[in-house]
Write a protein that binds this ligand. Structure first.
Ligand code: AMP
Ligand code: FE
Ligand code: FE
Ligand code: ZN
Length: 292
């Protein structure tokens, strides 16, 4: 079984449409793929309609959250929510608020860029996002169009969106997010929990508190984790009674990572299926055999 539980479509900051993504997942021989766009379920319907034969789609979300205690600024973290009920009102309202915050923040980042003499416009960023929750990759595309950088990765350098023109996001408090995911029947997995190269990560004690608050798994195998981080995540998972997953975090041409470069074990996938009550995986309808 080949199982990739974390990919993005153009419904957030990936470049493949949900339908194209499902086609690609089938072509590369995946058995299971989870669509996990940032803070939205808007891509689910198109993905569900495009599941090719032999593939199972796990509808999911990657939720922007933060942990904040004591002095200093919050630490951002991402929670994957598998198979939640997309219409559960509390979760849906919280995600809508996160998307509004993303939009305000991105507009302020455009203002910052313009104040720095970089002539990008909010209109072009909005039209590039085409209804998706706006993220820095959309701003990166504007910088690429200006010829200021060549790639999205370059746009994440400190002198650009990595630091100089970066503003914090107003995300869900992590323990609220865990409660909302479980309340919607979803199964929460901590995405790239130890990816230091993305910024600060939460201490192990917080991961233990998250486990006590309903966290189900840790994404141990992720392109942003080195061998030490993968080992650490596995040890921590064993200690805390969590399962581990592996996923590509594919974003189309916005990132160099290919789909299916990291995989999840069938045993972990089974645990997700056992715990989920919000929605169900989608397999392509079997073509009726009329020939007898
Ligand atoms: P935002 O949610 O607006 O803060 O933007 C974060 C998103 O940018 C992540 O979900 C990734 O898709 C993308 N990203 C983060 N770091 C990089 C990087 N170094 N190169 C390319 N994309 C990145
Ligand atoms: Fe992303
Ligand atoms: Fe993430
Ligand atoms: Zn992701």
């Amino acid at each position: 079984m080949r199982i990739d539980l974390h990919v993005h479509s153009s419904a957030s900051d990936g470049t493949d449409s949900p339908a194209a993504l499902l086609g690609l997942a089938g072509q590369v021989g995946l058995d299971v793929v989870a669509l996990t766009d940032h803070d939205t379920t808007a891509g689910w319907a198109e993905a569900i309609a495009a599941v090719p034969p032999g593939l199972t789609l796990v509808p999911g979300i990657e939720i922007s959250a933060r942990w904040w205690e004591g002095p200093g600024s919050p630490i951002g973290l991402h929670l994957l929510a598998y198979l939640p009920d997309p219409d559960e009102p509390e979760l849906a309202a919280a995600l809508a608020a996160v998307r509004r915050n993303r939009s305000t923040r991105a507009q302020r980042m455009v203002d910052l860029l313009r104040a720095g003499g970089i002539d990008v416009t909010w209109d072009e960023v909005l039209s590039d996002a085409a209804g998706a929750p706006v993220g820095r990759p959309h701003l990166a595309q504007a910088l690429i169009r200006r010829g200021l950088v060549d790639t999205v990765s370059e746009a994440f350098a400190p002198q650009w969106l990595g630091q100089q023109f970066r503003l914090p996001k107003d995300d869900l408090e992590v323990f609220d997010a865990l409660r909302l995911i479980r309340g919607a029947g979803g199964v929460p997995v901590f995405a790239h929990p130890l990816a230091h190269r993305r910024g600060r990560v939460v201490p192990d004690t917080v991961i233990a508190e998250m486990a006590a608050a309903g966290l189900a798994g840790l994404e141990a195998d992720h392109p942003d984790h080195g061998p030490a981080e993968r080992d650490h995540a596995r040890r921590l998972a064993t200690e805390l009674g969590l399962f581990v997953t592996g996923s590509s975090d594919y974003h189309g041409s916005n990132k160099p990572t290919g789909i299916a470069v990291e995989l999840t074990s069938p045993a972990s996938y089974e645990q997700i299926l056992d715990q989920a009550t919000g929605s169900t995986p989608v397999a392509s309808p079997v073509t009726p055999d009329r020939t007898g």
